[in-house]
Write a protein that binds this ligand. Sequence first.
Ligand code: ATP
Length: 493
Amino acid sequence: MNNMDLLVSLSKRRGFVFQSSEIYGGTGSCWDYGPLGVELKNNIKRVWWRDFVQARADMVGIDASILMHPTVWKASGHLDHFTDPMVDCRECKHRFRADHLDALAWVHYCPATKGNKFTIPAGEPCGHCGQRRTLCPNCGKGELTPPRQFNLMFKTFMGPVEEEAALTYLRPETAQAMFVNFDNVLQSMRLKLPFGIAQAGRSFRNEITPGNFIFRTREFEQMEIEYFVNPNDRVEGRPADEYWHDRWIEDCLAWFRRYGLREENLRLREHERDELAHYAKRTVDIEYNFPIGWSELMGIANRTDFDLKQHAKWSGKSLTYFDEDRKEHVVPYVVEPAAGVDRALLAFMADAYREEEVRGEKRVLLRLHPELAPVKVAVLPLLKKRDDIVRAAQAVRADLAKHWRVVYDDTAAIGRLYRRQDEVGTPYCVTVDVQTVGDGERGETGDGRVTIRERDSMEQIRVLVAELAGVFRELLAGAAWPSVAGRYPPARG
Ligand code: ATP
């Protein structure tokens, strides 16, 4: 199994991601987040919102509707330009994105070897006859049609009549709502440049070749920021838009590292002049080394004043900012850090996935950052036949669950229970045992302590039940395990 297959299988088995409408055979490229997946996804969005909106004095958020006025998409350029070039095979009818063809391995019937069939790596010529691919990479026989431009926006109708006048679109990005609400936000919040508007929400693209699990789907979530700057300002001797563009690239990279993506799996890619979007002055992608190879995790574009000018033109409303110092109206420039929630989730899972050998047995674990982990603490009774142990464990769960996502599990032996939690990334397990509650029949009282086991080191300490919430408050706020564990006695084997 390759790494992607391992993740798909773990996701299904443990309730992270299921294929959409699976009992009907599945819907192409649509996925449903299960009980653990929804927690992980919410945690990603929550920390993003906290770090980039709530913690900053220069940011605010909105939550706009998915259906917008159709003219938005004319003004933004999506109706005319949001297309991908598509080609079809005349034989096997397979459909491809013309600009992705050279990234595919191709089937070749080689004339120099009596027509033997080979599969040749992407972009390489045949080692026998030297030919390069001209036919369909999938069947190796069919001619490909010339490229046609295919608009990726999903069409729908607003209201009960299906006619041209009611035609509208599902938004293909969340960004446009920040531009069309620019003046509402500016006026209602009395903001000064530079400031940003953030939004997380669903976007829809009728991708020609979706796939690779949740990497490219037709319905997905984005976390986007439009950061408006005064183009006449200079910061540290540079134009403000260029300065802030670099700042956002650094901040976004640092954010992914902070929540666990390893340095060696992240890199920046500068867009070449000829691939820049029509509105962009400069675009840099943060790429991640996904199980499918290096691919875009997020993009950070300098969109200049293109969007505000376009919406001002099409709506007839002024979308400017009054620069008090210079006593003039300016159209702000905008820097756009745009990330995909689903791609971030895939990257966090891929990076966290580990297989280790512990005492001759395979241990699978997700070393998710505690802030991202779907479950923070699992409470496990050592003996489920003992009512007093079960009652104490359930009380611990109920108490901790006031603050965090905490689960109780008694459906297997302890070793098995630990392995299950490791596999879904639960950073801490709490075990309630005979020592905790004592033995009433023998007249022994318990010590009121439970065992906390840490996922990565598998170290165990004994902590008073009364102190548990305080200990987890420290640990889950980011305190290092050794600094907390050092204050408590280790648990005996
Ligand atoms: P790609 O080149 O992979 O199609 P893009 O450059 O068109 O992506 P943007 O328009 O910059 O993507 O969107 C910002 C982010 O939204 C991307 O970096 C990605 O994380 C996410 N995203 C875009 N399209 C999809 C999709 N079809 N499925 C999942 N996530 C997506």
